[in-house]
Design a protein around this ligand. Structure first.
Ligand code: Q9C
Ligand code: ZN
Length: 648
């Protein structure tokens, strides 16, 4: 359905007119650098370009008390009345465009003109309050957009994700008693010693009145937070709450001062991390995501991170994350204290918090601030985009009816002799149908391993599912995959003579038993209800997968898998964050065309349908999860929720 890019050149007009070291980083070049890079990458050309309009007095009035235009003589004097604000004669025009851009983006998404989008704006908005400019922010662009989505579009649940490195206290104040807006912010805090030095930026500020539990603060008490810390915060804190909240729209206060190299944030997350954060948000609200620029002061890091965000909004798979995926001790403590503060208000956290895990030392301590190594930032994309994003190799011809036009129906098959050689050890692959299906799968897999195809779907007769999967794993490992993650649902056993060399991670979701036969061989029950399924994905599957960092993912829906279509779509959408989206789904031949169709669309970058209000995980499901976490956490560090080590 497309991605909107909202912009207006006039927003480069506002600039610093006198010396002020605090304000000088918020420069016009922020916008031009981001836009130039989007053009260079061919991303701007793929978006629907919308020219920003000014917000009206009435629209500004949704959030602000007075919005008068002032004479320029008073600008400097007026600036002095606020914290970290420097006005320019064009400031009011720019600020009205910035607020208008957010409104246009929300209108474009909620009228269905586009699926999602980004507004590239200055000045930023999230520090701005009802009657006070603050922290470079004049009007609160995202807050106005949220109020407008409620008032003009009748929405009841809006999630605001503030990944800027500063606390958006303006948004918090405006909505602290409003349960229709769930506000999440992580921010550099350093126990209150970082700007804006507010007690209410801490994790125990959770909203008030009707809005209790709808303010979620995750204060970072050290600098140097990186990819593992950010992804862990999403998996273990934001996403459980977000799924339970079930938003109709996601607004992102998209500041990139939380990226590596930024002088304000001093954090270490690489630009690719924003592709992952974006992709993780796209599974919510039917993919209706509106991102609005906030901070971001390292031009190179900003431009690159903006590209990662837009590319992901366009549906491209996220590039793999670099660096070891081990959250640091301080991040885990912050996540743990935010979970503890929110637990009284969210069912998805309650069962798991029954026994507060002891905080034990052991994880890595934070790395400290890093300057952006230019090598990290100006690397061209490591993996050239495959010419085909998704290919489908199925036998049922009626599948074409439900496929989007850019999903390729694969005709080819591997050579007959080669297919037979791979099939030979397996009796179940002797039948002609099984052999034909295997030939198609091998051809598809080779296309993926050669980099021509990014993701795909293949089918097999149910009786040959285990053998076909076995062949796919071996073929993948012998033809270029270094680490292969296999998520197998239903009656599929780990191939008995698959080497235990750490190159494959086998995760079976079925039956009743939770078991970790080794760190590379895990079984977990398939939860019956949505709540349990979500905690299985967020609490086990994705942390394992992000820790393992596979370069190929196989997801097999085997005999008796029992997975609902929308759950399968969510699983596929989230696994797509691994291995640069190199995901092969294996289905049974008699799966419905609807299931194949929805998986094809999701693997191709469409948002999965939203799950709706979810049930709670059953006590058995939680017990299984806690057991496996205890067993596996020492090896797979992304499983850690808080600095928890099981007691012997
Ligand atoms: N060295 C935004 O990112 N100065 N505003 C803090 C600490 C104010 C940031 C000084 C920073 C405002 C939108
Ligand atoms: Zn900021």
């Amino acid at each position: 359905m497309g991605t909107a890019l909202v912009y207006h050149e006039d927003m480069t007009a506002t600039r610093l007119l006198w010396d002020d070291p605090e304000c000088e980083i918020e420069r016009p070049e922020r916008l031009t650098a981001a836009l130039d890079r989007l053009r260079q990458r061919g991303l701007e050309q793929r978006c629907l370009l919308l020219s920003a309009r000014e917000a009206s007095e009435e629209e500004l009035g949704l959030v602000h008390r007075e919005t008068q235009v002032l004479g320029k003589e008073e600008l400097q004097a007026l600036s002095g009345q606020f914290d970290a604000i420097c006005f320019h004669p064009s400031t009011f025009h720019c600020a009205r465009l910035a607020a208008g851009a957010g409104l246009q983006l929300v209108d474009a998404v909620l009228t269905g003109a586009v699926q999602n989008g980004l507004a590239l704006v200055r000045p930023p908005g999230h520090h701005s309050q009802r009657a006070a400019a603050n922290g470079f922010c004049v009007f609160n662009n995202v807050a106005i957009a949220a109020a407008h989505a409620k008032q003009k579009h009748g929405l009841h649940r809006i999630l605001v994700v503030d990944w800027d490195v500063h606390h958006g206290q303006g948004i918090q104040y405006l909505f602290e008693d409003d349960p229709s807006i769930l506000y999440f912010s992580w921010h550099r805090y350093e126990h209150g010693r970082f700007w804006p030095f507010l007690r209410e930026s801490d994790a125990d500020a959770v909203g008030r009145g009707q809005g209790l539990g709808f303010t979620v603060n995750l204060p970072w008490n050290q600098v140097g937070m990186g990819n593992a810390d950010y992804v862990a915060a999403f998996l273990h804190l934001l996403l459980p709450l977000a799924f339970e909240f079930d938003p109709e729209l996601v607004l992102v206060s998209a500041g990139f001062d939380s990226a590596i190299g930024d002088p304000e944030g001093q954090m270490q997350a690489t630009p690719e991390c924003f592709a992952h954060l974006t992709q993780l948000l796209q599974v919510l609200a039917g993919g209706r995501v509106c991102a609005v620029l906030e901070g971001g002061y390292h031009l190179e890091s900003l431009a690159e991170s903006v590209c990662m965000t837009v590319q992901t909004l366009l549906g491209d798979p996220a590039p793999p994350l670099s660096g070891s995926m081990v959250p640091c001790q301080s991040a885990l403590e912050s996540i743990q204290s935010a979970r503890a503060a929110q637990a009284p208000h969210w069912k998805s956290l309650q069962l798991q918090e029954e026994r507060p895990p002891p905080l034990l030392p052991g994880g890595p301590v934070c790395k400290g601030a890093a300057s952006a190594p230019s090598s990290l930032l100006d690397q061209p994309c490591l993996c050239p985009a495959p010419s085909v994003r998704t290919a489908v190799a199925l036998t049922a011809p009626d599948i074409t009816l439900v496929l989007p036009p850019d999903v390729i129906q694969q005709e080819g098959s591997a050579l007959r002799e080669e297919t037979e050689a791979w099939a030979r050890p397996h009796e179940s692959l002797a039948r002609e149908e099984a052999l034909a299906a295997l030939g198609k799968l091998l051809y598809l897999l080779d296309g993926m391993l050669d980099g021509q195809v990014n993701s795909g779907i293949a089918a097999t007769p149910a009786s040959a599912a285990a053998a076909t999967l076995d062949v796919a794993i071996r073929r993948g490992l012998s033809h270029g995959a270094q680490r292969l993650l296999c998520v197998a649902l239903g009656q599929l056993d780990r191939p008995p003579d698959l080497a235990h060399d750490g190159r494959s991670l086998w995760l079976n979701i079925r039956g009743k038993e939770a078991a970790a036969l080794s760190m590379f061989h895990v079984s977990t029950p398939l939860p019956a209800m949505t709540g349990g399924f979500l905690s299985c994905i967020l609490g086990l599957v994705l942390p394992l997968a992000y820790s393992f960092q596979p370069d190929l993912v196989l997801v097999a829906l085997g005999p008796g898998h029992g997975l609902q279509g929308r759950h399968a779509a969510l699983l596929a959408a989230m696994l797509r964050g691994l291995a640069g989206g190199r995901v092969l789904a294996l289905l049974e031949e008699d799966s419905t065309p609807q299931l194949a169709g929805i998986l094809a669309r999701v693997l191709n970058g469409e948002a999965p349908p939203s799950l709706g209000a979810s049930s709670v995980a059953s006590p058995e499901d939680v017990r299984a999860l806690m057991y496996l976490r205890g067993q596996l956490e020492p090896q797979w560090k992304m499983l850690q929720v808080g600095a928890f080590t099981p007691q012997k």
